[in-house]
Design a protein around this ligand. Structure first.
Ligand SMILES: C[S@@+](CC[C@H](N)C(=O)[O-])C[C@H]1O[C@@H](n2cnc3c(N)ncnc32)[C@H](O)[C@@H]1O
Length: 434
């Protein structure tokens, strides 16, 4: 029972009950600050979590430094303080924010979420309609730091992951969504060292994921018919590489050749090349297929990103009228469903209280005298569980909301997987020869 209680306490801490935003560990702006003692408010989410865990028996765990009294916990944490929490020698990736860093600011209000990527400078401030934060205050801090803006919103500051960057970078045409590109990479079975052909550089979103998938030993060739899109794709790619350099010892591989050309006129450029895989994100991909087909290795996969089923029918018609040996292995769609999991709150920002059932156990057991056995036992266990939740756990009185979000990502694209094959030889049989 005690173990179960402890496990619940840990889950409560991880989910952020008792002062953190459930999904991200951020105190939501509407949270009345006076509810928590000052020394707790000064802690980072990681520090709060470590306070809730039992003391380790052996040497200090990575989450906890040597035991300290609560008065020793600093109010704000700079890089030196953060390092004291993790370990004395920082791993090489613990690089504090520097000028030129791309920073993702995120904040989660009751009904709105703020997410924006900004570049860190040595002067001025990062401003938005959720308030401002001075660049100087951010420089030197480690990613994961929470800042309070001039208007009182709390922001988590960290370096964007590739997915964040692609979703939030400046766009020309619409991007291929990361969820879809990852599926395409899987469908093409792209590995480090592979050569991949992309048609429709667009904003450079897919190019970045392909670049990551093939690594420093691989190569991506990306064609784009429009000059403005070609420039945007190159710029987005360059910005990502530059920001990457700041926080990593190894540079991002510059392995994408962006080519400004209509794929329909690129037969000569591709003549001597063989690709492990091909990815098309363009209108009328059936126009490109006869060209790219020649350079796709036998058994290799061409994936296509198309918004509507009628376009897929056009595509399949194109393949059969051009008599291309491409077998359609799969037509699929990637659907995601996001959930809301957080403590239930009233409109005034205070927590909803769990209503304890008032079942009279004695009379219940009495009524079910005739059905003695397993069912009766089950009911008793349930009653003990309730007792423990409400009395032993400090969070037991707060019920949770746990349901799919009302707003979900809608349809983005269908993904088509075509495999290049060699048609079978017609074998002559003894019957045929007669
Ligand atoms: C939807 S965008 C691609 C977006 C890209 N996948 C990304 O993630 O940023 C389609 C692009 O295909 C390009 N395109 C269309 N026809 C083309 C062709 N024949 N040759 C090369 N590019 C073409 C368009 O100009 C457009 O930029």
């Amino acid at each position: 029972m005690l173990q179960r209680g402890m496990a619940r306490l840990r889950w409560a801490a991880l989910l952020g009950v008792g002062g953190h935003c459930a999904c991200f560990g951020l105190p939501p702006p509407a949270w009345p600050a006076r509810r928590l003692p000052a020394w707790v408010r000064g802690l980072s989410p990681l520090q709060r979590l470590s306070q809730m865990l039992p003391e380790p028996q052996g040497p200090c765990s990575p989450l906890q430094s040597a035991p300290r009294t609560r008065h020793e916990v600093p109010e704000a944490s700079g890089p030196a303080e953060e390092l004291a929490v993790s370990s004395s020698t920082p791993p090489p990736r613990d690089v504090p924010f520097q000028v030129g860093d791309l920073i993702l600011l995120s904040s989660h209000g009751r009904h709105r979420t703020f997410r924006k990527i900004m570049k860190l400078k040595d002067t001025g401030q990062l401003s938005s309609n959720w308030g401002a934060i001075r660049h100087q205050d951010v420089l030197g801090k480690l990613p994961g730091q929470v800042f309070s803006s001039s208007t009182g919103y709390h922001f988590m500051f960290r370096r964007p992951a590739l997915e964040d960057y692609v979703l939030l970078m400046k766009r020309g045409p619409n991007i291929s969504y990361p969820k879809d590109v990852n599926m395409m990479v899987m469908m093409m079975d792209v590995h480090q060292g592979d050569a991949v052909l992309e048609v429709g550089s667009g904003s450079g979103g897919m190019s970045l994921f392909l670049s990551k998938a093939v690594g420093s030993q691989g190569r991506v060739m990306s064609f784009e018919i429009r000059k403005d899109h070609h420039e945007i794709a190159k710029k987005n790619y360059k910005n990502w590489c530059n920001a990457w350099k700041i926080s990593h010892s190894e540079e991002w591989p510059e392995n994408v050749d962006f080519i400004h050309k209509d794929i329909a006129t690129a037969a000569q450029d591709l003549k001597s090349k063989t690709f492990d895989a091909v990815a098309l994100d363009m209108l009328n991909p059936q126009i490109a297929l006869p060209i790219v087909y020649q350079s796709l290795k036998q058994g290799g996969v061409c994936t296509i990103y198309l918004a509507s089923i009628t376009q897929i029918i056009e595509l399949l018609n194109g393949i059969s009228s051009c008599r291309l040996a491409l077998y359609c292995e799969k037509i699929t769609e990637v659907t995601l469903r996001d959930w809301l999991v957080c403590p239930a709150k009233k409109k005034d920002g205070t927590f909803v209280q769990r209503v304890q059932p008032t079942t009279n156990l004695d009379s219940e057991l009495h009524t079910h005298e005739d059905d003695e056995g397993e069912e009766g036992e089950e009911e008793q266990v349930q009653a003990e569980d309730n007792g423990e939740t409400l009395s032993d756990s400090p969070y037991g009185a707060v019920p949770y909301i746990a349901r799919p979000l009302h707003w979900q990502c809608g349809h983005t694209a269908f993904l088509i997987k075509l495999r290049k094959f060699k048609p079978a030889h017609t074998l002559s049989t003894s019957d045929d020869s007669n």
